[in-house]
Design a binder for this molecule. Structure first.
Ligand code: BGC
Length: 714
C-alpha cells in the first residue's frame, strides 16, 4: 500500500473526536492475567466505542483477534496494540533476568529476547513491558529479580542487547515487538528496599549509577518508556516534567512514547501531589506522558480539560500521533491480524530450538559460589539423594513473571537429575520441609534418604512468590524450616551440595561456613532442571559471575562494589574508620564472583604505554594460565579507578570483560582497549568530562581479587 504515512495519519487525526483522541491514550487490562490492583470494566464496550487504544494482559491469536475485530468496527476502526509482561520469555521461559545477567553474555541475552519476541508476536502481541533496567543495590527489594543487578555499565550493555532482540530490524516484521524500558526512573532505589516506597537521591547518583541503562536502551532505539511508581525530588515520575520532557525527550532525544505504570496517574492523589483525577491527568499530560495504564484518568478527564482550555489540544494531538505512528510502523493499518496466526503459534511456541536456547541460557546463568574442598562436579555413580522443598517444584523453577509459561512443560531439579543419571546412578528424593511455612519439617524421611545415599543435592531457597513485585523482605536468609533441614542433612555427614534457587542475593554466611559446595541457580526457567544437572555432573562447566553482591548480613544493605571512598577508609585496627562492630564491610560473595571447574593464575596487568593522549587509547594486557589438566573457561574483568578527580570517583568501576576458554596448561594474554569514554564521568555540572592525571587499571576474576597497573591520561 503506497499511502503516504503522514498524510494518512493526519487525515485520521482530523476525523477524531476529543473522546476518540483520549481513547487512543487509554491502555486497559484484559482478564487473562492480573498485574495490578484495578481491573478494567466494560473493556469490550470501550473498544467498540473507540475509547481504548491498547490492551494488556490478553494474548493468544484467538483472544487478540476477537478484540481486534471489535476495534475495527469502532467508528474510525483504529486497530489496537496488545502488550504484556514478557519479562524473561513468553512460552519458553528463560532464567529470571538477574540470573541471565550473570551470564555476562549480552549476545546471549539478545538471542533470548529475540526468541521471546517471536513467541509473543506469534501470540498476537505487539509490545513487551521489558527490559526492566532499574539498577539496584538492595536485595531486600524483590524486583531485583527482574533487573540486571548493581552495575550501570554492564546493565547498559544488557539493556541495549535486549532492545535489539525484541524490536529486531523492522517493526513491521510480524516477529518484532516494541520494547518498553522501565521503570523510568530510579525505581530500583526505594528506601529500605520496600517496594513502591519513596526514592530520595542525589543528582550525582542518578547520573552516575541509575540513568545509564535507561539512556543506553533509548540509544538502542527502544520505542517506549514506562514511568515508575516513585517520586523523583518530590514529584511522582508520571507527573514529572523535568524527568519526562526536559531530560528524556529534550536532552536524551527520546522519540517514542511514554506509558505510565499501572494506575500511576491517579496514584498521584495518594502521593499528595494531585487533588483528584482531573488534576492528575492534567499534570501527567503536561509532564509528557502519552499513554495512561489502567487509571482511565486520560480518557475520562482530557476531553473536558481541553474544552475548558486548560490544556491545549495540540498537546493531546502530539501524544495521539505518537501512538498512531507506532501503529503504522507495526503494520497494523495494513494488516491488523498479521500476528494472529494459529499455525505460527503452534510451530514456534516452545519449539526445540527455543528450548535448546533456554537450556544454554540456564547453564550460563548458574554461579558456582563455593567449591572448597572440591566436591563438584559430581560423578554419575552410586546413589544421589535430591532433597529439599524446591527439589521438585516446577513452578518455582519458572520464577516470577512467567507470561504464558507452563509449569507442566518445565523441568525441575529432580526431573533434570533423573534424566541425566538414567541408567548410570540411582536417584532418590525427599522434600524435607515446606518452603517457608511454620509447618515443622518432616526430617526423618529426609535424613533417612540422605543416609542411604552416597551424595546429597540439597535444593533450598525462595519460592516464586518470595520475589518480584510487591515481594520485599527484611530477612534474606533461608527460611527457618529450611535451615533446620540443612542442619539435619549436614549431620548425616554425607557429601552435600547446596543448590540455592532465589530471585535475589540471599545472606548465606551460615551456609558458606557449613557447606563445601554451593551453586546459585536463581529460577532457571523451562529447561532449568536439565541445565542444573549439566553443571552438577560436569556436562557443562559453570561460567556465571554475580551481577549483584551477596551480603554477609542484611544490615549491610544497600551495598555495592562501586562504593565511593570515604575520608576514613576501613581499617580493622582503627576505631574511627568506616566499619560495623558486628559485620564485615564487603560482600560475602562480591560482584563478579563465580568459580569455575578449572584453576587459573592471573598475572599483573601491564600497559602498552604509561601515558594516554587526549582522544587516544591505551591497551591493558594480562596473562592468564589454566593450571588445571582440562579445558576451562573464566570471565576476566577490567576495573578502573580515578584516584584524584574534581568530584570523588568510585573505588572501582567495571569497564571491560572477556570470557576465555583455555586448554589444560594453556596461557593466553588478554587485552582491553581503554579510551576517553571509559575515563569519562559527570563533572561538577553533570556534563561528561575526562580529567588528566593518574588512573589505575585492575584485572582479575571478580571485583575483589584484582592486580593493578597505573597510567596517566595527559
Ligand atoms: C509493574 C510493571 C508492569 C505493569 C503491567 C506493574 O504493576 O510495575 O512492571 O509492566 O504492572 O503489568
Amino acid at each position: 500500500m503506497s499511502v503516504n504515512k503522514q498524510a494518512f495519519l493526519h487525515e485520521l487525526l482530523d476525523q477524531m473526536s476529543l473522546g476518540e483522541k483520549a481513547g487512543q491514550l487509554n491502555l486497559l487490562t484484559g482478564a487473562m492475567d492480573a498485574t495490578g490492583m484495578k481491573n478494567s470494566a466494560d473493556l469490550e464496550t470501550k473498544i467498540r466505542l473507540g475509547l481504548c487504544g491498547a490492551v494488556l494482559n490478553v494474548f493468544t491469536p484467538a483472544a487478540t483477534r476477537a478484540l481486534q475485530e471489535l476495534a475495527l468496527t469502532s467508528p474510525l476502526g483504529i486497530p489496537l496494540i496488545f502488550g504484556y509482561d514478557v519479562i524473561h520469555g513468553h512460552r519458553t521461559i528463560f532464567p529470571i533476568p538477574l540470573g541471565l545477567s550473570c551470564s555476562w553474555n549480552p549476545e546471549l541475552l539478545e538471542r533470548c529476547a529475540r526468541v521471546a519476541a517471536t513467541e509473543a508476536a506469534a501470540d498476537g502481541l505487539h509490545w513487551v513491558f521489558s527490559p526492566m533496567v532499574d539498577v539496584s543495590q538492595d536485595p531486600r527489594w524483590g524486583r531485583v529479580a527482574e533487573g540486571s543487578g548493581e552495575d550501570p555499565w554492564l546493565g547498559s550493555q544488557i539493556a541495549s542487547a535486549m532492545v535489539r532482540g525484541y524490536q529486531g530490524k523492522n517493526l513491521a516484521d510480524p516477529t518484532a515487538v516494541l520494547a518498553c524500558v522501565k521503570h523510568f526512573a530510579l525505581y530500583g532505589a526505594p528506601q529500605g528496599g520496600r517496594d513502591y516506597n519513596t526514592v530520595d537521591m542525589s543528582r550525582r547518583a542518578m547520573e552516575e549509577t541509575y540513568f545509564p541503562p535507561y539512556r543506553a536502551a533509548i540509544q538502542a532505539g527502544a520505542r517506549t518508556v514506562m514511568t515508575s511508581f516513585n517520586e523523583i525530588d518530590g514529584i511522582p515520575a508520571s507527573g514529572n516534567r523535568w524527568l519526562l520532557t526536559e531530560l528524556l525527550r529534550e536532552q536524551w532525544g527520546f522519540k517514542g512514547w511514554i506509558v505510565t505504570d499501572y494506575t500511576s496517574v491517579t496514584e498521584m492523589i495518594q502521593h499528595g501531589t494531585a487533588a483528584h483525577a482531573n488534576d492528575a491527568a492534567k499534570q501527567a499530560l503536561n509532564a509528557g506522558v502519552d499513554m495512561d495504564m489502567v487509571s482511565e484518568a486520560f480518557v475520562n478527564e482530557l476531553p473536558a480539560l481541553i474544552k475548558s482550555g486548560e490544556i491545549p489540544e495540540a498537546l493531546l494531538d502530539t501524544a495521539v500521533m505518537r501512538i498512531l505512528e507506532t501503529k503504522w510502523d507495526l503494520g497494523l493499518f495494513q494488516d491488523a491480524f498479521a500476528r494472529c496466526d494459529e499455525t505460527r503459534a503452534k510451530t514456534l511456541h516452545r519449539c526445540t530450538a527455543h528450548r535448546q536456547l533456554a537450556r544454554q541460557a540456564a547453564r550460563e546463568s548458574i554461579v558456582l559460589l563455593k567449591n572448597i574442598p572440591q566436591l563438584l562436579p559430581l560423578a554419575k555413580t552410586g546413589t544421589i539423594a535430591v532433597i529439599g522443598p524446591l527439589a521438585h517444584s516446577r513452578r518455582d523453577m519458572l520464577g516470577c513473571w512467567i507470561a504464558a509459561g507452563d509449569e507442566a512443560e518445565t523441568c525441575s531439579p529432580l526431573d533434570g537429575i533423573r534424566e541425566s543419571l538414567a541408567g548410570k546412578a540411582q536417584v532418590t528424593f525427599a522434600q524435607g520441609c515446606e518452603i517457608h511455612l511454620a509447618h515443622p519439617p518432616w526430617l526423618a524421611e529426609a535424613i533417612h534418604t540422605a543416609s542411604e545415599a552416597d551424595t546429597v543435592v540439597l535444593v533450598l531457597g525462595e519460592c516464586w512468590q518470595m520475589n518480584g513485585e510487591a515481594a520485599s523482605r527484611t530477612d534474606i536468609r533461608l527460611p527457618k524450616c529450611q535451615r533446620k533441614l540443612a542442619e539435619a542433612i549436614l549431620k548425616t555427614g554425607k557429601p552435600c551440595v547446596l543448590v540455592t534457587l532465589s530471585g535475589r542475593p540471599l545472606a548465606l554466611s551460615w551456609e558458606d561456613a557449613n557447606f563445601s559446595a554451593i551453586l546459585q541457580a536463581w529460577a532457571l526457567g523451562t529447561e532449568g532442571g536439565g541445565a542444573l544437572a549439566d553443571v552438577l555432573f560436569g556436562d557443562a562447566a559453570p561460567v556465571g559471575k554475580l551481577t549483584m553482591g551477596f551480603p554477609h548480613h542484611v544490615g549491610q544493605l544497600p551495598m555495592t562494589y562501586r562504593e565511593k571512598p570515604t575520608g576514613r577508609p576501613f581499617d580493622a585496627d582503627v576505631q574511627y574508620s568506616s566499619k560495623y562492630l558486628d559485620a564485615r564491610n564487603e560482600a560475602l560473595y562480591p560482584f563478579g564472583h563465580g568459580l569455575t571447574y578449572g584453576e587459573f593464575h592471573y598475572e599483573s596487568p601491564i600497559v602498552d604505554s604509561p601515558e594516554m593522549n587526549p582522544g587516544g587509547s591505551l591497551r591493558v594486557s594480562t596473562k592468564i594460565t589454566n593450571l588445571s589438566q582440562h579445558p576451562a573457561s573464566d570471565t576476566i574483568q577490567l576495573y578502573l579507578r580515578d584516584p584524584v578527580a574534581s568530584v570523588s570517583r568510585p573505588v572501582k568501576e567495571l569497564r571491560g570483560f572477556q570470557r576465555i576458554t583455555l586448554a589444560g596448561g594453556e596461557s593466553r594474554v588478554l587485552s582491553f582497549q581503554i579510551s576517553d569514554a571509559d575515563l569519562s564521568f559527570p563533572g561538577g555540572d553533570f556534563k561528561p568530562v575526562v580529567e588528566s592525571g593518574e588512573f589505575e587499571a585492575m584485572t582479575g576474576p571478580d571485583s575483589v581479587h584484582l592486580k593493578s597497573v597505573r597510567f596517566s591520561r595527559l
